[in-house]
Design a protein around this ligand. Structure first.
Ligand code: ATP
Ligand code: LTN
Length: 334
């Protein structure tokens, strides 16, 4: 289909998109779309592993698409589509489910985490979630999967599943690897630097949403927890909160951490946070402006996603046909 290496990634439309999602995942995608054959998905089937309101889900899908486009993903360079619009994802997921061990799924930290948080709804989909993610990736003969640190384990499982299927049936899938950003693979919560920034955090002060108003961003940053002492210095062990804020500062301004430490030498945390807040606002405002243009033009958004789904379905077909053949499924021919 192409000589270029293939990149695939996705985000769940399950709530706000925060700066952690942007810096850990989307930021890399923007650069990758120039070098790789890139496919970026809105994984709505994954989102329903936890309870979703149908209207809210529809709204979240569109908002996430608008964030992708506003961030700089370009439908001329990359395929952008919604997972459930291409039925091969769930078809392949079933076959992969039959090639994945319970023990492997039991080890997944996201499952342990989410089943703790959603005790009243520990459904089978939540458990087999990684097989669907593996299908997303393997369907397109993907080589690289740009994700944040929390998804590394799922990509490694995907690689194991691909290897197992290849051993059993011959060369069916590329064996993909995760691509993590050198800096920003794990942005921590503003109110708790010991756990990752997360949209499902109990407080909205944990994260900066990509759609937060400038004043809200300023307030959240001024409220962010800091460490003891007063020096602005990167030291993940002794100063986890300031180190996290320095990481964010560095990524949104493209200034290196050393030069930021110098800039704030002799100044306190207050000045540092004020500077950071302005830097984040300056970084997010142009994205928000474009976001508004996309979200206000639903027909355009839908057209992009519909075209993306058509292209993706075409690309998925040869892999799915081969899987059916090697596994020995079906009889009907078109
Ligand atoms: P939650 O924030 O509720 O834990 P999630 O991890 O399910 O949500 P997704 O929206 O599915 O988040 O993740 C999209 C992408 O963002 C993934 O590649 C994930 O690794 C990355 N990501 C999520 N949180 C962070 C973070 N705090 N720092 C860096 N990358 C992150
Ligand atoms: N599991 C991921 C979302 C996801 C994904 C994918 C990421 C689903 N399918 C394929 C990369 C490639 C998450 O929870 N963030």
């Amino acid at each position: 289909m192409t000589n270029k290496k293939i990149v695939f990634s996705g985000i769940q439309p399950s709530g706000v998109i925060h700066l952690g999602n942007y810096l850990g995942a989307i930021k890399q995608w923007i650069d990758l779309q120039d070098k790789y054959f890139s496919i970026f998905c809105i994984v709505d089937m994954h989102a329903i592993t936890v309870q979703q309101e149908p209207e809210e889900l529809q709204k979240n899908i569109r908002e996430l698409a608008a964030i992708y486009l506003a961030s700089g993903l370009d439908p001329k360079k990359a395929i952008i589509f919604v997972q459930s619009d291409v039925s091969a994802h769930t078809e392949l997921a079933w076959v992969l489910n039959c090639n994945t061990q319970m023990g492997e799924l039991e080890r997944m930290t996201q499952f342990k985490d989410k089943s703790q948080r959603h005790k009243q709804n520990i459904n089978a989909g939540l458990f087999t979630y990684p097989a669907l993610m593996a299908a997303d990736i393997l369907l397109y003969q993907t080589n690289k999967v740009p994700v944040g640190e929390d998804q590394r384990q799922h990509v490694e499982l995907t690689r194991d599943i691909a290897h197992r299927v290849n051993n059993k049936y011959g060369q069916v899938f590329e064996e993909p690897e995760a691509l993590l950003p050198e800096v920003g693979a794990r942005i921590m919560g503003l109110d708790d630097p010991t756990s990752k920034m997360s949209k499902s955090a109990s407080s909205g002060n944990n994260y900066i949403a990509m759609t937060d108003e400038p004043d809200k961003i300023r307030k959240k940053i001024m409220k962010a927890v800091t460490d003891s002492g007063s020096e602005v210095k990167f030291d993940e062990e002794k100063k986890p909160a300031i180190s996290n804020l320095l990481t964010i500062y560095s990524l949104v301004t493209e200034k290196n951490i050393k030069s930021l430490e110098k800039e704030y030498a002799g100044k306190g945390y207050g000045d540092f946070k004020k500077g950071l807040a302005e830097a984040v606002v300056e970084f997010i405002e142009p994205i928000q402006k474009k976001y508004k243009e996309y979200i206000d033009d639903q027909p355009k958004l839908e057209k992009i996603l519909t075209n993306g789904a058509k292209e993706a379905a075409k690309l998925a077909q040869p892999t799915m046909e081969n899987v059916r053949k090697v596994v020995g499924l079906g009889v009907a021919n078109d």
